[in-house]
Design a protein around this ligand. Sequence first.
Ligand SMILES: O=C1O[C@H](COP(=O)(O)O)[C@@H](O)[C@H](O)[C@H]1O
Length: 266
Amino acid sequence: MASAHPNLYSFPDAESLAGQLRTYVLRCQNAALARHDTFRVAVSGGSLPGLLAKALLASDDGTPEDIPHFSKWDIFFADERAVPLNHEDSNYRLLNDELISKIPSELGTPVVHPIDEKHVGDEDPQELADLYQEELMRVFAGKDSVKLPVFDLILLGCGPDGHTCSLFPGHALLREKDAWVAAESNSPKPPPKRITLTLPVVTHAVSIAFVATGSGKQGILKQIFDLEEGASLPSALVNQGAGDKVTWFTDHQAVDGVSFPRRGSL
Ligand SMILES: O=C1O[C@H](COP(=O)(O)O)[C@@H](O)[C@H](O)[C@H]1O
């Protein structure tokens, strides 16, 4: 368990949040490119892709640090629903519609790693999860044996029940220790069948960012940051496991009533 605390930021509106999210993501990108000339990022669905697109499709400020080098990006999904890639519930489709399809050609084209569509109709999503884990192993491990992949950045959402990725409160998947990708057959939020990165993979990343906005997140953020009873929620477990590697991007509405100290600028 990490001893340091997560970083909590709160902004007045989506524009200012998106501007700071851009700075943060591009700092992670630039550090990763300096380390290994590639940027391996996992992205969630829900409200995140829209804000991420707002951040990354904005004009640059003219400095070399402020340019997304998408041709160096490997984009994975922090979780995905067991539906075809063109389905309205697909996180791939959402990210593609919001961001990937709108990237100007001069910024390059990322390598995107979707789930294997052939298995979305399976009764049990385990094979879908296993195949996605194999894809991660191909990229992160090659011929070596690696205990856990090291994402440069994982971008997360936080549901009003405290779930993140497709890790839901009280589910056995929260205790998974070995698998990199796990199957969820009974998601309380539809659709029920999904795959998800596991908690050890999420907390092992170099950097982890949550984006949570709006009054609908108020109650759960208070539980996660201020109250003992929130300690077992999946998003709180990420805070506990990764400490100051975690940065929360919220708006004032979402953290209204939260006592945990927060800042307004990176
Ligand atoms: O079902 C999901 O929900 C979470 C949270 O979504 P949000 O709209 O409340 O931000 C999301 O992070 C996850 O990827 C998605 O599959």
